[in-house]
Design a binder for this molecule. Structure first.
Ligand code: ZN
Length: 273
């Protein structure tokens, strides 16, 4: 309990908040990358066709045909992102930080923060956002929204030539692919990345709390590098779910709160008066 109080105090006193959210947060929002039971229930035809049993494996599947790739991607994205409704946890988090300077850096690629009403200019989707697409040519031709294309593919009647519905790059005409690091030519959103860096630079001297939620072994880039970053600036502090105090870097222990609470209980605790 003591650590939850400390966590609360650090968040309350902070002038700026950086939310660092991993795939555990995506799970809270309904997208469990490795979960099998729901996937088998919701996507029996994908299970049968490709013998994959989770979103993670479905995305890793090598499918040569663009129309088949897009059929698979469209059904997943529709369920987990276009039909998505924000959880009370994410709404509470927004309420908690909305009156402060904030930034979100996340490996959750389901467009959850944007849909929940967080400022789009204050979100860096470090591992991409699968509601957007990049050129498959290997050259960075920018990001495109894919909702309309995905909806057309899902609504296509049997017999439709799906190849014609595969979205193409406006610059070079090559097929688009969803914006995830599925191959070696993934281009991170550099504009959002720059905004994130500027945000950090602008808050070097301010009380800034890094609120780490649902970061697990699937996104190690969001753990240690962030702790080391916090260690560099004495005004910065670190609050983490699912991460006991003793596991924190020794040099940031005093100004940080690691908790055993999971993401949902930590946020609920932080918003309670
Ligand atoms: Zn292109």
């Amino acid at each position: 309990m003591e650590n939850l109080n400390k966590a609360k105090q650090l968040v309350q006193e902070a002038e700026a908040v950086v939310v660092v959210a991993g795939n555990g947060l995506a799970k809270v929002e309904g997208l469990d990358l490795l979960g099998q039971a729901d996937f088998e229930r919701d996507f029996p035809s994908i299970v049968q066709k490709y013998d994959v049993h989770s979103v993670g494996y479905a995305l890793d599947q090598h499918i040569p045909s663009w129309s088949e790739k897009w059929q698979l991607w469209s059904s997943l994205i529709q369920k987990y992102s276009f039909d998505y409704r924000p959880s009370s946890t994410l709404k509470n988090l927004l309420q908690l930080i909305s009156h402060r300077q904030y930034f979100v850096a996340t490996s959750a690629f389901g467009h959850f923060f944007e849909t929940a009403g967080f400022n789009e200019n204050r979100i860096f989707n470090a591992f991409g956002d699968w509601t957007k697409a990049q050129c498959s040519s290997g050259i960075n031709h920018g990001l495109a929204n894919i909702q309309t294309a995905a909806e057309k593919i899902i609504a296509a009647k049997p017999g439709t030539d799906l190849e014609k519905l595969v979205p193409k790059c406006e610059v070079c005409g090559q097929p688009l692919e969803i914006h995830l690091p599925l191959n070696d030519h993934f281009y991170p959103d550099t504009a959002a990345n720059s905004r994130f860096r500027w945000f950090l630079t602008g808050n070097e001297e301010k009380k800034t709390v890094f609120l780490e939620l649902g970061v697990d072994e699937t996104s190690p880039q969001l753990r240690e590098p962030i702790e080391h970053l916090v260690a560099e600036y004495p005004q910065w502090s670190y609050v983490a779910a699912d991460y006991p105090q003793e596991t924190l870097l020794p040099e940031i222990q005093e100004r940080s709160a690691g908790t055993n609470a999971d993401t949902v209980s930590l946020i609920n605790n932080l918003v309670t008066e």
